[in-house]
Design a protein around this ligand. Structure first.
Ligand SMILES: Cc1ncc(COP(=O)(O)O)c(C=O)c1O
Length: 372
């Protein structure tokens, strides 16, 4: 077991007190005042009018695709450099993911490649935009393209709570957007997610589908197939408490990124993930690439050295067009995301990572260069 984790939960005494208070209130089912409160708090941070708390970000994306009418045979555009959960719900509905490469500037979906996909593909029902590692995608260009081709945006802001682009918060750009509160995210409800939109009708429909599509009558009446996707009120209490600590977490994570940059950027072949001037990141994970042609040091040499020292680090997401499960899907470009995967490492970035622990991580990485 590692001693230093990539992005562990950060649970405070206030979180314990908050969960205790919810348990004492007996509102422990997926209904109650803490859910309403957590929904309005997250909606307010994202600058969006309506929100429904769910048991995962994946469930939120599944419902978003249903609300946009995605069905068998349709296509949905998705960046290739992301977690599989950004694309799996497309397949739940029998639709086809169309993958688009990253741009070097932000590691997010490349607007030029996106335009090619929008030009060439038929039956595109939605574009999923991911804000990778807490940095927003190039939204001005993406919004202009999606408006021109009349395709709605679903914002996968799973990793980007608290980030913003040109002063507008992550979560405020899509027709629908969602966050994840999975255990490794910047705030956690152990597992959880939230779907947001300015359309009250969509969010109410999502709430209905997430509650087994139960009709509002006294007996159990169902006219549609529903899901059991709601968040528990206990976890919403934890979410609100965690959320109140978000500004501190972003500050600490930014300090990690800056310290890693100072210590590592001067090493041969090392480049920290570029930070776009248009974005205020939440610095969820600090990442860098290592070009072995300059130093002889490879991604895996560094990962192995860290692992031997009891430090958890990970390769950057493996592009989805390279995953066996999506091997039959169309992809536009691919070289940029493949390079980032081949050379990219995510470093321990927890909001509870101490300066000493971060120093240990840095020492191990620098020692890989000293012996070469
Ligand atoms: C980019 C991205 N999209 C979607 C998800 C899915 O969220 P969840 O784990 O809450 O289902 C995650 C994280 O897990 C993610 O990192």
């Amino acid at each position: 077991m590692p001693r230093i984790y990539l992005s562990p939960p950060d649970i405070s005494a206030a979180d314990h007190a908050s969960v205790d208070a919810v348990l004492s209130s007996n509102w422990v089912a997926p209904v109650g005042p803490h859910l309403n409160m957590f929904e309005s708090e997250v909606a307010s941070i994202a600058g969006v009018d309506h929100a429904v708390a769910l048991n995962s970000g994946t469930a939120a994306l599944h419902l978003a695709l249903i609300l946009l009418g995605v069905g068998a045979g349709d296509s949905v555009i998705c960046p290739t450099l992301t977690f599989a959960a950004s694309a799996n719900p497309i397949r739940y509905l029998g639709a086809n993911p169309v993958f688009v490469d990253s741009e070097e500037a932000s590691w997010n979906i490349d607007p030029a490649r996106l335009e090619q996909a929008l030009q060439k593909e038929a039956n595109i029902k939605a574009v999923i935009v991911v804000h990778l590692y807490g940095q927003c995608a190039e939204m001005d260009k993406i919004i202009e393209l999606c408006e021109r081709y009349n395709v709605p945006i679903i914002e996968d802001a799973a990793e980007a709570l608290g980030a913003s682009y040109k002063g507008c918060p992550a979560g405020s750009f899509g027709a629908l957007s969602f966050f994840s509160f999975n255990g490794n995210k910047i705030i956690t409800t152990s597992g959880g997610g939230m779907l947001l939109s300015n359309s009250e009708a969509w969010i109410e429909q999502a709430r209905y589908l997430a509650t087994q599509a139960r009709e509002p009558v006294q007996h159990y009446e169902h006219k549609a197939v529903g899901y059991n996707y709601r968040m528990s009120n206990v976890l919403a209490g934890l979410g609100s408490s965690q959320l109140s600590d978000l500004p501190r977490r972003i500050k600490v994570k930014k300090t990690h990124y800056e310290a890693y940059s100072v210590a590592l950027n001067s090493l041969d072949g090392v480049s920290m993930m570029p930070i776009s001037e248009s974005c205020q990141n939440n610095y969820w994970l600090s990442c860098f690439t290592i070009d072995p042609s300059q130093s002889g040091v490879t991604r895996d040499m560094i990962l192995n050295a860290l692992s031997t020292a009891g430090i958890e680090a990970r390769p950057v997401w493996k592009p989805l067009h390279l995953q066996p499960v999506f091997a039959d899907c169309q992809v536009y470009g691919g070289d940029c995301s493949q390079r980032i995967f081949d050379q990219g490492i995510c470093l321990p970035s927890g909001s509870n990572l101490s300066d000493e622990e971060r120093g240990e991580v840095i020492d191990i990485i620098r020692s890989c260069f000293a012996i070469n």
